[in-house]
Every structure is written in structure tokens, then in C-alpha cells.
Design a protein around this ligand. Structure first.
Ligand code: MG
Length: 418
């Protein structure tokens, strides 16, 4: 019977590979299957300052112990001859768009997943796709031939398995791994819980609250227990652990805007001071803006919701702006203006922030990238650090005030203050 094979194609060290591929002096020495033929190059937030952050590093640079999100100064101590390049986001996005187009031409279904990852799917067995490994090799070879970028491909009976097998593909010599449906349960059974893609902190909850070590053990937890602990996520965890993922390929996932992004928090006590309320607004706004950037979307209306003491009364007011934005610098003053205009001074117990009237950033890409705003690079670095080390690793100094919620939530403070 014909089935759909799903694949995830991931570019190796994408930003660094783009930079290496753009430099003719390395072309002759590089080969597709030996990534030690790359120069020891890193892309760093601000090469002129040693406390710039590494955004990407070639495998050769990583061999010296250099890693993403490391400070440049630390990396240079590990290997003083590192080639340091500043980021060129516009260039990476252009390469990304062209690689995704190539995948669209190659497969009947394709969905961009991030700047350097794309899902695809094809019917198998079929005349066009008699052999999945061959189909994967074909796109891998085209990406190398046209862009001199190495890619790794994981395939399986659904998107989640493609993501999981992709992690294995990264460690395999040819960079292509295919898990057939019937072998999936046996493969997942002994894999550690923390290798389950997409769970984030929920993996720790499974380990420490449910006492499970392997995906096979998660698969055996009664679904009701998972639902009770994780809500709708319980269902998803149950499916994934059993090798099931019902999400299909959405070709426009990356280009159709969300309706809105919002975030809300309930405070531990009533806040009466404007400065205290303002700190929490900024924290919520940072989270909302982070999600906007991840989705590469920008919004034109910002809203503030305030709920008063005993959770009775309050207001929700929004303001439509003259242009689209995703930056706290532009949105924060608008929120404070709303606060000052509508807050009657009652004790504040809950605050919510929303941004809507969204559009996809890429539709304005050309105008946006003309001046390649420094702030984009700044937030790129901030986001990478947050993803790697958690949201408190780099927080605004203002959040250290006792009214700040961020620090309370994690119970610890990272070493760096923005
Ligand atoms: Mg990658």
C-alpha cells in the first residue's frame, strides 16, 4: 500500500556554512562528506568586541571546543586563529529561501520549519519515488552542488519521527536516516526521555514526577495520567511516545500569519506602584516579542489588559500603530501610555499583553533589510541564548527589581544582565 514518507532536511551549521561557501579561497579544499575540510570559522554577534556571542561555528571550529552561544573571547582562547565573521542575516535568509524553493521543486509536499530546516513528504512506493534513500540523496546532492552547504535528512512515517530520525542523521556518516513504520516502536523503546523532540521542560517532569527513563516507558503511562498532568499536551506526549504524529504538512505554515500573540501573568500580590506594574509589562512584552520574532511576524496593534484586586474589574485597551513592528522599544511606550490613560490606581492582580493585526515579516523583507537593522542581530543573539540556557540567562536589569516576575519564576538568576 502506498504511504506518505515524511522527511526533515536540516542544514549543517547554516550561517557558518553560508559564510564559508561564499568565500572562494576555501572552495578547492572542501569536500561534501568530510566536514573537517571546512576552515575554523565562526559567525559572531560583534567581532570587534570579545564579549560578542558565537551564533554559528563550522565543525572544524567546534573540534577546538568552540560552541554556539559561547562568548567570542572564550572561543579565541580555545583557538586564537579562528576566522571571525559578522552575521549577514539578509544573505542567510536569501539562501534559505532558495533552498526551500529547491525542496518545493523536488517534492510534492514541502513546509519550511525554520531558517535552516524544511519538512517534505512524498508517496511511497510510487513511480517518482521508488526509493526514499535515493530521493533524500538527490536533494542533499542538489543542495551541495548549488549552495555548497551540507544537509542532513531524517525520514519516517510522520513529521515527529522525521525530526527524531534527523537527530540520528546528524551523527551518521552519510547524513541520511530512514525509519520505517514497523521498526519505529523498537527504535524509540530504549531512547532516553530527553531525546524526545519538542518536550522542553516537560521531559524533566516525565523523568522526575513519573519516574520514567525511556520513551518506551512514557508510551506505557496511562493517557489519563498524562492528561491530568499536562492537559492537551498529555495527548501529544502519549502519541509521540507511541510513534504517532497527526500533524500534516502545511505548505504555508511559515508564511501565514497567526491571529495574535499574547501573554498573561497573575501577580503574587496586588501591585500599586506604577514602576512595579511597568516592570511586569516589559517582561510580558519581551516574551510576546520573542514569539513574534520566532514566527518572523510583525504586528500593528498592541493591547494591554489589567485585572484589579480580587480579580474583579479592570480594563483591556488596544492601540493601532502607524507601522508594523516586533520590537519592545517601539511597543513599550505605547503600553505605558495605555496604562497611564486607563489605570485608575486600583491594586493590579493580573496583566496581559497582546499584539495582533499581524503580517509575515518576509513580505516586507526588502525594505526591512535595506538597513539591516542592528537590533535584528541583537535579538538573534538574545533568542539563541534564551533557547540554549533558559529565559533567565539573560534578563533585563529592571527585572531584578523585586516586582519582576521572571526571576521568581525560575528561582535563579543567570550571570548576564541585558
Ligand atoms: Mg541546522
Amino acid at each position: 500500500m502506498t504511504q506518505l514518507i515524511y522527511g526533515l532536511c536540516d542544514m549543517q551549521s547554516f550561517y557558518a556554512s553560508c559564510e564559508v561557501a561564499a568565500r572562494k579561497e576555501y572552495a578547492a579544499q572542501r569536500t561534501e562528506f568530510d566536514d573537517s575540510t571546512d576552515p575554523p570559522l565562526v559567525v559572531a554577534g560583534d567581532p570587534s568586541r570579545r564579549n560578542g556571542i558565537i551564533l554559528a561555528a563550522t565543525p572544524t571550529a567546534k573540534k577546538y571546543g568552540v560552541s554556539n552561544a559561547m562568548r567570542l573571547g572564550e572561543a579565541l582562547e580555545l583557538y586564537p586563529d579562528l576566522i571571525v565573521v559578522r552575521p549577514h542575516m539578509e544573505f542567510y535568509i536569501q539562501v534559505s529561501i532558495r533552498i526551500q524553493q529547491l525542496m518545493k521543486q523536488e517534492f510534492p509536499l514541502q513546509e519550511q520549519f525554520s531558517v535552516d530546516e524544511g519538512f517534505f513528504a512524498f508517496p511511497w512506493p510510487s513511480n517518482l519515488f521508488p526509493d526514499p534513500i535515493e530521493a533524500a540523496r538527490r536533494i542533499q546532492e542538489k543542495i551541495w552542488d548549488q549552495f555548497r552547504i551540507r544537509s542532513r535528512i531524517g525520514m519516517g512515517p510522520n513529521k515527529w519521527i522525521a525530526k527524531m530520525s534527523n537527530a540520528k542523521a546528524k551523527k551518521s556518516s552519510g547524513g541520511i536516516v530512514w525509519w520505517q513504520e514497523e521498526e519505529v516502536p523498537a527504535i524509540l523503546r530504549d531512547m532516553p526521555v530527553e531525546t524526545m523532540w519538542g518536550l522542553k521542560r516537560r521531559a524533566d517532569t516525565l523523568k522526575y514526577e513519573f519516574g520514567v527513563q525511556t520513551i518506551g516507558e512514557v508510551a506505557k503511562i496511562p493517557i489519563g495520567h498524562l492528561r491530568a498532568r499536562f492537559g492537551v499536551w498529555g495527548e501529544i506526549i502519549h502519541r509521540w511516545a507511541n510513534g504517532i504524529d497527526l500533524s500534516g504538512i502545511n505548505p504555508s505554515a511559515y508564511s501565514s500569519p497567526h491571529k495574535s500573540f499574547s501573554h498573561r501573568t497573575t501577580l503574587p500580590r496586588d501591585y500599586y506602584e506604577r514602576t512595579d506594574v511597568a516592570v511586569v509589562i516589559l517582561e510580558l512584552l519581551d516574551e510576546v516579542c520573542y514569539r513574534l520574532r520566532r514566527a518572523r511576524q510583525v504586528g500593528r496593534r498592541v493591547g494591554l489588559g489589567v485585572t484589579y484586586e480580587k480579580l474583579t474589574g479592570g480594563f483591556w485597551r488596544a492601540k493601532t500603530l502607524s507601522k508594523f513592528t516586533d520590537t519592545p522599544e517601539e511597543l513599550y511606550p505605547e503600553l505605558l501610555a495605555l496604562l497611564d490613560r486607563y489605570w485608575d490606581g486600583s491594586g493590579v492582580r493580573a496583566i496581559s499583553i497582546g499584539v495582533d493585526m499581524l503580517q509575515v515579516e518576509s513580505s516586507m523583507q526588502l525594505s526591512l533589510f535595506k538597513d539591516l537593522p542592528k537590533r535584528n542581530q541583537f535579538y538573534e543573539v538574545v533568542d539563541r541564548i534564551h533557547e540554549k540556557y533558559g529565559e533567565t540567562s539573560l534578563i533585563r536589569a529592571v527585572s531584578l527589581k523585586k516586582s519582576g516576575q521572571l526571576r521568581d519564576r525560575s528561582g535563579k538568576i543567570g550571570g548576564h544582565f541585558a
